[in-house]
Design a protein around this ligand. Structure first.
Ligand code: FMN
Length: 217
């Protein structure tokens, strides 16, 4: 049975990211995969890569492993024991969140190779599903150049983890329970509601299907 782990890169435990991750996990379970509880990165005490290079240093005993020891260490181990990892993040300032970036630095860099024999020291393969969600509309996503970041993760991630890498973008997300409580006159609440009620359920279905596909590859 294939093992799936999901990683929440949002500080919110009841936001868009978590909802999307839950649908992706349900899709994977529907295809027969074994799923675990979602990991909330913001609940963990850890840092990004410290550039110690133990994962590349001869005789360090850490080739292909991260030598930093903190609350991310058991999560990295779990990811490396999984067949599929589903990551979800909001877009913050045109990027993934800081916690997600630190997680990816650790996960991808520890497996990366400088040996000149391929890009990866990892001999297995892990399939990845990546969900990016954001306030921006679909048109703004390409206008602001966000999609080049998503494509870069896709290309680099496949070289390091050797598996399939799919990503989905979810736009125009609903940000507050009640817009009237916020100074958010620049946001068209009616439009947001329409997207939440019509498009978001489609997005949830699409990530469900992605979870299913990832479990079947
Ligand atoms: C600090 C911060 C920065 C943000 N920056 C962007 C941004 O650059 N582009 C964008 O489209 N949305 C931005 N957003 C909106 C979030 O990406 C969006 O609301 C997302 O759906 C939140 O996901 P969540 O509900 O899982 O927390 C930002 C939100 C916050 C809190």
């Amino acid at each position: 049975m294939k093992k799936v782990i999901a990683i929440n890169g949002s500080p919110r435990k009841k936001g868009n990211t978590i909802t999307l991750l839950q649908h992706a996990l349900t899709g994977a379970a529907d295809a027969g995969a074994e799923t675990e509880e979602i990991v909330h990165l913001y609940g963990l005490n850890y840092k990004g890569c410290s550039s110690c290079f133990s994962c590349k240093r001869k005789g360090s005993g850490f080739i292909g492993e991260c030598a930093m020891k903190d609350e991310l260490s058991p999560i990295l181990k779990k990811v490396m024991e999984s067949d599929i990892v589903i990551m979800g993040t909001p877009v913050y300032l045109g990027n993934i969140t800081g916690c997600m970036q630190s997680f990816m630095e650790r996960l991808l860099f520890m497996n990366g190779s400088y040996s000149g024999q391929g890009f990866s020291n990892y001999k297995g393969s892990i399939n990845v599903g990546y969900i990016y969600n954001m306030n921006a509309s679909e048109e703004m996503t390409s206008q602001f150049g966000y999609d080049s970041l998503f494509k870069w993760h896709n290309m680099f991630g496949q070289l390091i983890l050797n598996g399939k890498w799919e990503y989905m973008t979810v736009n125009d997300t609903y940000q507050f329970d009640d817009y009237s409580k916020y100074d958010a006159g620049g946001i068209d609440e009616q439009h947001k509601k329409e997207v939440r009620d019509k498009q978001f359920p489609i997005d949830c279905h699409n990530v469900f299907e992605m979870g299913k596909r990832l479990a079947k590859y």
